[in-house]
Design a protein around this ligand. Structure first.
Ligand SMILES: *[C@@H]1O[C@H](CO)[C@@H](O)[C@H](O)[C@H]1NC(C)=O
Ligand SMILES: *[C@@H]1O[C@H](CO)[C@@H](O)[C@H](O)[C@H]1NC(C)=O
Length: 294
C-alpha cells in the first residue's frame, strides 16, 4: 500500500467511527424546530425565532403538544420548564417518555395546576410492560411558575432516576430478577403537552378550569437530549461505551450525596406514594414496594 493510500484508509476509518458516534448519542443543543414536531394544535404553540424556547397554550378551544422526531433507548433527557403562572387549576403539563405500544413503557412527569397561590403537585409515574399504577406525588420546594427549572430523566439498565434541578426525587430500580417489570427493551419518544385535566387533577377534580383566568401558558427551553438514538438494534444501546455514558457504574445507583437529597425529598416533600397506599391495593402492594428503593 502506498503511504497516501494508507492515509486515505485511515481517514475513512476515522470518518466511519465519527459517524458511528454521531448516530449513537445525540447531544442536542436545543432547537425545538429541529428535534421535535408539533402533534397537536400548532395554533397553540409559539416558538422563539431561534427555536430555543417554546410555549404551549391552553384555552377553551384546545391544549397543545409536541413529540421528538427520534426514539431513544436509555440516556438522559433534561427539560427546562416554567409552569403556568397564577391560576392554573385543572391544567396539566406533561413531560414524558413513552413507547406508545399496547404493552407500553412510559416514564412520566405530570404537573398538576392549582388555584392561585396554592402549590402545584408534581406527579411521577412509571409504566412497565403496560402496567402502571405507580404514582408518586410531591410538592416542590420552590414556586415552579416563577422561573425555569430543570426536570430530568436518567434511564439506564439499573435504574430510572427522576430529578428536579439535579435533586433525585424518585428512583425506579431494576428488580427484573425479582419479577418486577422494568422498561429496557422498547425505545421511547419524548413528549410534551399541556391539556385539560379538570376531571381529576386539582384536589381530585374539585377545582375545575376557570376559563376567565386563561389563556394558560407553560414554557420550555434549553432541553438536552443525551441518549441512544433508536436504529433498530437494542444491543447497541444496551452496551456500555464512552457515548453510552449512562450505563457506567457510577450511574447505576445513587451516590451518597444523591441519597441524602433523595431522603430529604421523601421526608419533607412527598405527599403520596403508591407503595404506602395499602387501602388502594387491598394490602397486596406491588412487589417492588418491599424491595430496596435504591
Ligand atoms: C410568542 O413568543 C414570543 C417570545 O418568544 C412573545 O414575544 C410573543 O408575544 C408570543 N406570541 C404569542 C402569540 O403568544
Ligand atoms: C392545591 O392546593 C390544595 C390546598 O392547598 C392542596 O390540598 C392540593 O394538594 C394542591 N394541589 C393540587 C394539584 O390539588
Amino acid at each position: 500500500m502506498s503511504p497516501s493510500w494508507k492515509f486515505s484508509a485511515f481517514l475513512l476509518l476515522l470518518l466511519v467511527s465519527m459517524v458511528g458516534t454521531a448516530l449513537s448519542s445525540l447531544v442536542s443543543v436545543g432547537d425545538f424546530n429541529k428535534d421535535f414536531y408539533i402533534t397537536w394544535s400548532p395554533s397553540h404553540v409559539n416558538t422563539s425565532a431561534d427555536g430555543r424556547q417554546r410555549s404551549l397554550r391552553l384555552d377553551q378551544e384546545s391544549g397543545a403538544g409536541f413529540d421528538s422526531n427520534e426514539m431513544f433507548l436509555f440516556g438522559e433527557i433534561d427539560m427546562q420548564i416554567k409552569l403556568v403562572p397564577g391560576h392554573s387549576a385543572g391544567s396539566v403539563v406533561a413531560f414524558y417518555l413513552t413507547s406508545d405500544q399496547p404493552n407500553r413503557d412510559e416514564i412520566d412527569f405530570e404537573f398538576l395546576g392549582n388555584v392561585s397561590g396554592q402549590p402545584y403537585i408534581l406527579q411521577t409515574n412509571v409504566f412497565a410492560d403496560g402496567f402502571d399504577n405507580r404514582e408518586e406525588r410531591i410538592y416542590l420546594w420552590f414556586d415552579p411558575t416563577k422561573d425555569f427549572h430543570t426536570y430530568s430523566i436518567l434511564w439506564n439498565l439499573e435504574q430510572i432516576l427522576f430529578m428536579v434541578d439535579w435533586v433525585p426525587i424518585r428512583v425506579y430500580k431494576n428488580h427484573a430478577d425479582k419479577g418486577v417489570a422494568f422498561p429496557r427493551w422498547q425505545p421511547m419518544s419524548i413528549k410534551v403537552s399541556l391539556w385539560n385535566g379538570e376531571t381529576w387533577a386539582t384536589r381530585g377534580g374539585h377545582d375545575k378550569i376557570d376559563w376567565s383566568k386563561g389563556p394558560f401558558i407553560a414554557s420550555f427551553r434549553n432541553y438536552k437530549i443525551d441518549a441512544c438514538v433508536w436504529r433498530g438494534n437494542a444491543r447497541f444501546c444496551r452496551g456500555e461505551s464512552e457515548t453510552n455514558w449512562w450505563h457506567k457504574p457510577k450511574h447505576r445507583t445513587l451516590s451518597p450525596a444523591q441519597r441524602r437529597l433523595f431522603r430529604w425529598v421523601r421526608k419533607h416533600h412527598l405527599i403520596y406514594d403508591y407503595c404506602l397506599d395499602n387501602k388502594r391495593f387491598q394490602n397486596k402492594l406491588p412487589t417492588e414496594c418491599s424491595l430496596p428503593k435504591y
